[in-house]
Design a binder for this molecule. Sequence first.
Ligand SMILES: [Zn+2]
Length: 276
Amino acid sequence: MKYIILILTTFISIEVKAQRQYTRAEMIGYNVGLNAINAGIARIINKKPNEKIKDVFLDGLWKGAIGGAINYASKELVLQIHESQKPDLLWTSRLINTLGNSVTYNAANNDGIFDYIYFDFGFNRLKFSTKTKFKVQYKIMPFSLLFMIATASDGNLNIKRSLTTLTPYFEAKSNYNSESYSRSNHVLIKNNEFIAHELIHTYSHYEFMVVNTFVHKKRNYNNNEKLNFWKKVNKHIYWDLLNRLVTRSLYSVEGDITPNKYDNFFEYEANFFPID
Ligand SMILES: [Zn+2]
């Protein structure tokens, strides 16, 4: 029965993309369905030879759906915080969002749903292991670093806002004369405006990190294993390019330049939660 519900929400997810006015139920369906499909596909790609395709797909599907539901809740919270005009509380929604994405990522990797918590902050990626004993692993994300260097030419890092949103927050320089934006997982804000809208864009970014599991196999190195140079490098680097290519392509498919900007689903979603 739970699989039938999941497959229905998955169809809602696809259906939601086809029209341009969405109810709250449809937005929940989209978030649940997107995470479920991504985790389901990842499980098939990374399945062990003795596992059945149907079994692993359904396993990824329902666990990813839980991640998607938590992700939706985090976006709802952004809306609540926005309406109560308390931006200093945005870190709470970011933590819930981190949990939701971690659940989906764990589902994709066939780990227990709460085994690992992945927390990204700009070019830093922390992996908290809760499985047997508490452990923290650090990796650098080279493309997020490059994007942040690019954004640093438009704005200055605001430490307080970066901490209260748990998102690298650049304040536009006085000579910057374009609009506020989000770029991968950080934001550049002009005159303190539209912070919630840009944050939702970063949440969409995190949501697509799971596609990296389509190409990057999960690797566990033994302590006494002799590593070649490439493996040594990979122990400290998280390649964060595929997710960016996927989100950027989907954004373009939705339309970069349209008469009505909110005809683009990513823009619609970002505006759905923080209503001005
Ligand atoms: Zn936008």
